[in-house]
Ligand binder design. Structure first.
Ligand code: DGL
Length: 279
């Protein structure tokens, strides 16, 4: 796979669908000079309700597709894939595929940032069913901040609303209010920070912000992940040299590329063209 590729390639950004675009935007704002290759597995989204084995299999296929297209570094811009597939890919697959390539996730940098973001250590997490049942956030937070209290709320209706372009519609209000009320009730204490632990959810941000009481911070992951990537590239000049710098973005989807281009263009506020690939 590696032999005929140029020495440097784009940074791969992977998500089950449109959610990773929220991470891509923040990364491009922070690191505009690099080349990026975005892959949305829209044909098989949502991942959030799928089993561990399937999310792992789909994510590995996507990572291999990005490697085949020259990426040396891939960001899983998807909490569900980070929760269910990242560790296996890093430990089991990468050494055999190419030990010099790297795959990074979004959960660890988000949890690291909580140390400065949270005032009282009472954290709420909105995430997919898969991320919640993996307990990845609880485990990482317990490791770094043992005194923090974490309450997680699965929001199974949010990704389908977003993937279907209905995040701005009045119908979405019902499900935003429903999961928010449930989280506040389950927390049973003063939350100080709510993490949007699914990269799709920033597309519902105005509604979520309106539903969560004013004193509670609502945190999206984009800037956190972008800052953590900048830091990673600074600390790993050998990987930085393998990331090409032409300022380009290429979009790949496993679904209809016209539909992806249209919907992604709405999220990004500028028109884009996508290419279809089969995983
Ligand atoms: N955007 C993804 C995440 O951050 C997954 C959404 C889904 O496919 O269910 O979890």
């Amino acid at each position: 796979m590696t032999h005929s590729q140029p020495l440097a390639g784009p940074i791969g950004i992977f998500d089950s669908g449109y959610g990773g675009l929220t991470i891509l935007s923040a990364i491009r704002e922070r690191l505009p000079g690099y080349d990026y290759l975005y892959l949305g597995d829209n044909a098989r989204a949502p991942y959030g309700t799928r089993s561990f084995d399937i999310v792992y299999q789909f994510t590995l296929e996507a990572v291999r597709a990005l490697f085949d297209r020259g990426c040396r570094l891939v960001i899983l811009a998807c909490n569900t894939a980070s929760a269910k597939a990242l560790r296996s890919i890093q430990q089991r697959d990468l050494p055999g595929i190419d030990p010099e390539r790297r795959v990074l996730g979004v959960i660890r940098p988000t949890v690291e940032a909580l140390g400065t973001l949270s005032r009282g250590g009472n954290i709420g997490i909105f995430a997919t069913q898969g991320t919640v049942s993996s307990h990845s956030y609880d485990l990482e937070i317990a490791k770094l901040y043992p005194g923090f209290k974490v309450t997680s709320m699965p929001c199974p209706m949010w990704v389908p609303l977003i993937e279907n372009g209905e995040a701005g519609d009045p119908g979405a209000d019902y499900f935003v209010d429903k999961y928010t009320k449930q989280l506040l009730q389950d927390a049973g204490c003063e939350l100080d920070t709510v993490i949007l632990g699914c990269t799709h959810y920033p597309l519902l941000y105005p509604k979520i912000r309106a539903a969560v009481p004013d004193g509670i911070s609502v945190v999206s992951q984009g800037r956190i992940v972008a800052e953590s990537l900048a830091d990673y590239l600074r600390r790993h000049p050998e990987m930085d040299n393998r990331c090409s710098k032409g300022g380009s973005v290429t979009y790949l989807t496993t679904e209809n590329p016209e539909k992806f281009g249209h919907s992604a263009g709405l999220f990004l506020n500028h028109p884009i063209k996508a290419q279809k690939i089969i995983l």
